[in-house]
Design a binder for this molecule. Structure first.
Ligand code: SAH
Length: 382
């Protein structure tokens, strides 16, 4: 069974031009690809038999040669605040996560791009687990496809319409952030086609401002990204000077802050983007002093930048602690007073964060392999 499946092409990994080529190879007109994408992404139908406006012959050939296969769910956790986290299978021994964060005006899905991460940022739980592999385009797109299916199913179970409840929270995916496990720009080859499918009118049809890629600062890939796509860019800055950033985000030794900022402004120029979001994790006594806030303001003042302060989420074995709330507020105010836009990210789903650690432990015992699990995904901007 597995052998047969692996010979078939997973359509969730194909951009529109690739799907057109695939359909042509099966002997049909390329425009059939658009019909196929509408079934897949507009109606969430993955079974070829149900795609009734496609010729029987094409459906039969698709059934032989293709499949629509999102990642398998290993477990689901729901937070009291509505945040939902799925643990997804990468293979028999590895797993990765995605998180859905409902808010009144939007539903944000935080997806992973790799199983683990190789970049070794000192405050990040994923880094501690090391790197296993890149996710395929189909696994990246498949997260969004799966989340849509699961959210719609949950709505049906509740007997509601699959749209937003009038005064409730958004129950489908309106925004996607590549802020889960992994460094998306280190998996450029698979991430870029995934972004194209997210933005494609016949795909998820998300606007460029509703898709955000977050990077720890792979400078050459930011330049390359500017040629390929125009999604919103977020950069994990975390320090106002190279000495500290070298320690927190080791890729800084290769691509220091000045170089990174140049790449960011280039990206905005090329893409006619509004601003870059700089993520800044608040680590008590490390990067959270008013002097550091002022240094950060000097770096960013006059540029199209927003700072998003993230209260540190502790995990077992970490040497860091979260800055106290008044320290974070003071840091934000220092930035605001100097004309730099700054917000504090509201932590969501703390209760399942704890459960997440427990879950990883349970699976680790069973498989003796570390699972890709992280403690940072369940946060959201206020
Ligand atoms: N590798 C990419 C994508 C991860 S995005 C990147 O570095 O941007 C997830 C965000 O959460 C990043 O800004 C990351 O630095 C931050 N983060 C990592 N560990 C954290 C922790 N323990 N607490 C709070 N934020 C953390």
């Amino acid at each position: 069974m597995d052998a047969i499946i692996s010979e078939r092409t997973n359509l969730l990994g194909l951009t529109r031009p690739s799907l057109e080529a695939f359909v042509a190879e099966l002997g049909s007109k390329p425009f059939r690809a658009r019909q196929l994408m509408q079934w897949l992404y507009k109606r969430g139908v993955g079974s070829f038999a149900e795609m009734t406006d496609l010729a029987k012959e094409l459906r039969a050939r698709l059934a032989e040669r293709a499949l629509v296969q999102p990642p398998q769910i290993l477990s689901v956790q729901r937070s009291a605040d509505g945040t939902t986290k799925w643990l997804l299978e990468a293979d028999a021994r590895q797993a990765f996560e995605m998180v859905f964060i409902p808010e009144p005006d939007r539903g944000t899905l935080c997806i992973s791009s790799q199983v683990g991460c190789a970049l070794d940022c000192s405050f990040c739980a994923t880094a501690q687990q090391g790197f296993n592999r890149n996710l395929s385009t189909a696994e990246i797109v498949g997260q969004v496809w799966l989340a849509e299916q699961e959210l719609a199913r949950a709505e049906r179970a509740r007997g509601a319409e699959p749209a937003a409840a009038p005064h409730g929270e958004q129950r489908h995916v309106t925004n996607v952030v590549l802020m889960g496990m992994g460094e998306p720009l280190a998996n450029f080859r698979n991430v870029v086609p995934a972004l194209q499918i997210l933005l494609d009118d016949y795909g998820f049809d998300l606007s460029r401002r509703r898709v955000t890629l977050s990077t720890s600062g792979l400078v050459p890939q930011i330049y390359k990204l500017a040629e390929e796509t125009n999604v919103a860019l977020a950069v994990s800055l975390h320090a106002p000077d190279d000495t500290l950033r070298n320690e927190l985000v080791p890729i800084n030794r290769k691509h220091p802050i000045a170089e990174l900022l140049q790449a960011c402004w280039h990206y905005l120029d090329e893409q006619n983007g509004r601003s870059v979001t700089f993520e800044y994790v608040m680590l008590a006594g490390v990067n959270d002093s008013p002097a550091q806030a002022r240094a950060l303001a000097r770096l960013l003042h006059g540029h199209p930048a927003k700072v998003n302060l993230i209260p540190f989420n502790p995990f077992p074995g970490t040497r860091y602690t979260r800055s106290p709330a008044p320290t974070i507020q003071r840091f934000r105010d220092e930035l605001l007073q100097r004309g730099v836009l700054a917000t504090i990210r509201r932590t969501r789903g703390d209760d399942i964060d704890a459960a997440c650690g427990q879950l990883a432990g349970r699976v680790v015992d069973r498989t003796t392999v570390r699972l890709g699990s992280k403690v940072i995904g369940v946060t959201v901007q206020p």
